[in-house]
Ligand binder design. Structure first.
Ligand code: F6R
Length: 611
């Protein structure tokens, strides 16, 4: 979703900002723009990719060592040049970029229209900018003061950054609900939606908090709250290398990230799972272990792929810990009136740590006394900071829009959390605990065997790429894996795909089955094996084409189906970390075979910072 970059310092701002916008392309966007301040305030914006903006700016005045840039993911108004950011104030002196949504913009726009303001775009951003301009004009106050007054009236989520022709040495930024990171260089500052545009210049960053205003000069950073009191910036060191956000020889980030999974799962387990001494140490969980073992129930809130990880966790926690678990879409949870008792544990799962629905859901639960555990990938992100405790997934930056390595890392963390609670609670006997420790520890070594056979999935992708629909079926822990397989395929290949519990199929979806429908069964060896064999027969009896993900050495299903892919055997508790990988690869190769932009599928955003 919208990406913002700004620079102030000695360098030429244009190349820094354009490079930064390219680093943020993974977030998903439909137009891009830049404003540069020299003697003039020049604004250039274009629908389409950053490359099109670059083309558009050829031959234009690109001088200036202060500037702001933006990639827009349309919310208010269609994607087009006029709706792209930055926007310009009526007096021509201010330019502003914005990430988020101003919910009361209609009301503010009404007030401004009455005062004679005119609007060039359909955006809420232009409304906020002109609202700030109006306050500045009426109060004859500095821009910083006008921003503060304006934001007290604004309902919604935002990060804004303003350029002011009258103050060419200062950027004003503010945030509520959307992310803003400030990189601190020597005599220069870099502002961005996340650390990826900053990392090659400096590793010292400040994560701006909600309701904070940043007054940024080349050699000075002042943070204030909306009450105009100074706040001491908390400078953190980025634990990230530039290589982590580059493709490293792969055709796509998605393929790179799928292939990174032996390492990312290993990194996630490292220092936590001690297979030699059969021990699990997770600081955030250990500190809260009493609350966890005494919880009357656990609620998991998340969206999309992270929600699928939550469903896997539901099966595992209920099985191992005997604690009831409910898994909720964060977007539903936040708007209904959920019953939350003080002491209830809420687990929020999020790769980006910035998903607006998940963030608001946990804020709401926190107000009602729930304990919030965040399972988050992006270090320093909003959800990580709102949570009472938690565990990072340590999968490294995920740039491909489709979540892959973050999902398996989420499963690894959630499995450890469940095992830790169960061990402390006494619901898991020592032999089973030891067995699971070994099984989990062995996962990173088993993944390469799957990756080594990628060509088989490429061939399957060629064979089935023209299908109109797909059905993904699984039982038990393989049911959420089936859901995840369907989600991956639809977002990357635009083929309609549905995931279902295999037994539920006969209550409706079986009507879809004919010789044209590929049905993917996630059918590894587990307690449901015999049952899923019957489900496969039901599909074959109706001439459906069956592709099965099976355990190595399977000699029953492999004889019944049209195509199969073998994954190494593993205990069913940890098997989803393996069985999902062929589904990720299948989606990837179908997308590639169809010539699609797999890293940036249409309409999707990596970090969904609006509701
Ligand atoms: C799917 C995907 C999305 C995200 C969802 C939640 O591949 O990436 O479904 O999983 O938008 O995002 P996070 O985990 O960042 O909260």
């Amino acid at each position: 979703m919208c990406g913002i970059v700004a620079y102030i310092g000695k360098r030429s701002a244009y190349p820094v900002i354009v490079k930064g916008l390219k680093r943020l392309e993974y977030r998903g966007y439909d137009s891009a723009g830049i404003a540069l301040l020299n003697e003039d305030l020049n604004i250039y914006k274009k629908q389409g990719k950053v490359a099109q903006l670059e083309e558009f700016t050829i031959g234009k005045d690109l001088s200036g060592s202060i500037g702001i840039g933006h990639t827009r993911w349309a919310t208010h108004g269609e994607p087009c040049d006029k709706n792209a950011h930055p926007h310009r104030s009526s007096n021509g002196k201010l330019a502003m970029i914005h990430n988020g949504i101003i919910e009361n913009y209609t009301q503010l726009k009404g007030e401004l229209l009455k005062k004679g303001y005119e609007f060039e775009s359909d955006t809420d951003t232009e409304v906020l900018l002109k609202f700030i301009e109006d306050i500045q004009k009426n109060n004859q106050c500095p821009l910083e003061e006008a921003v503060r007054i304006a934001l007290k009236r604004v309902v919604g989520a935002y990060v804004i950054i303003l350029l002011d022709k009258d103050n060419p040495d200062t950027l004003i930024a503010a945030r509520k609900g959307s992310p803003l990171v400030i990189g601190i260089g020597k005599g220069e500052h870099f502002l961005a939606s996340d650390a990826s545009p900053i990392i090659e210049y400096t590793k010292e960053v400040v994560y701006v908090n909600d309701y904070e205003l940043a007054i940024v000069k080349a050699d000075e950073l002042i943070l204030k709250n909306l009450g105009n009191e100074k706040v001491t910036p908390f400078i953190q060191k980025l634990d990230m290398e530039l290589a982590a956000i580059e493709k490293g020889g792969y055709d796509h980030f998605m393929l790179k990230e799928i292939n990174e999974q032996p390492d990312t799962i290993h990194d996630c387990l490292r220092g936590r799972l001690d297979a030699q001494h059969f021990n699990i140490r997770m600081a955030g969980i250990d500190k809260n272990i009493d609350k966890l073992i005494n919880a009357q129930r656990i609620m998991i809130v998340a969206c999309g792929t992270s929600w699928h990880a939550g469903l896997v966790a539901e099966y595992i926690i209920e099985d191992l810990c005997r604690i009831p678990v409910e898994v909720e879409y964060a977007s539903e949870f936040r708007y209904r009136n959920p019953v939350i008792h003080p002491g209830d544990v809420i687990i929020a799962i999020s790769q980006s740590g910035e998903t607006a629905d998940t963030m608001v859901a946990i804020e709401k639960a926190k107000e009602q006394g729930a304990v919030i555990l965040g399972i988050v990938n992006q270090v320093g992100s909003s959800i990580a900071r709102i949570s009472d405790a938690g565990a990072y997934t340590h999968a490294g930056p995920e740039i491909g829009v489709a979540s892959t390595k973050a999902f398996t890392a989420q499963l690894a963390v959630l499995t450890m959390v469940a095992m830790k609670i169960a061990e402390s609670k006494g619901t898991l006997n020592s032999d089973k605990f030891k067995h699971l420790v070994q099984e989990l520890n062995a996962i990173p070594e088993k993944v390469p065997a799957i990756l080594a056979k990628s060509n088989e999935l490429k061939a399957l992708a060629e064979k089935y790429k023209d299908a109109r629909d797909f059905l993904f079926l699984g039982r038990g822990l393989n049911f959420p894996v089936a859901l995840e397989g369907a989600l991956k395929l639809k977002e990357i290949s635009y083929i309609h795909a549905e995931g279902y519990p295999a037994a539920e199929m006969k209550h409706g979806p079986i009507a879809l089955v004919d010789e044209n429908l590929p049905v993917v069964f996630v059918a590894t060896k587990d307690a449901y094996y015999e049952k899923i064999v019957s489900n496969i027969q039901e599909i074959k009896a109706r001439k459906g084409k069956v592709i099965a993900i099976v355990s190595e050495g399977d000699d029953v299903i492999t004889k019944m189906v049209d195509d199969y892919f073998e994954v190494p055997e593993a205990d069913e508790t940890v098997a989803p970390m393996l069985s999902v990988i062929p589904l990720q690869l299948l989606a990837y190769y179908v997308g590639v075979a169809k010539g699609l932009d797999v890293d940036k599928p249409r309409n999707l955003a990596k970090s969904v910072t609006v509701e």
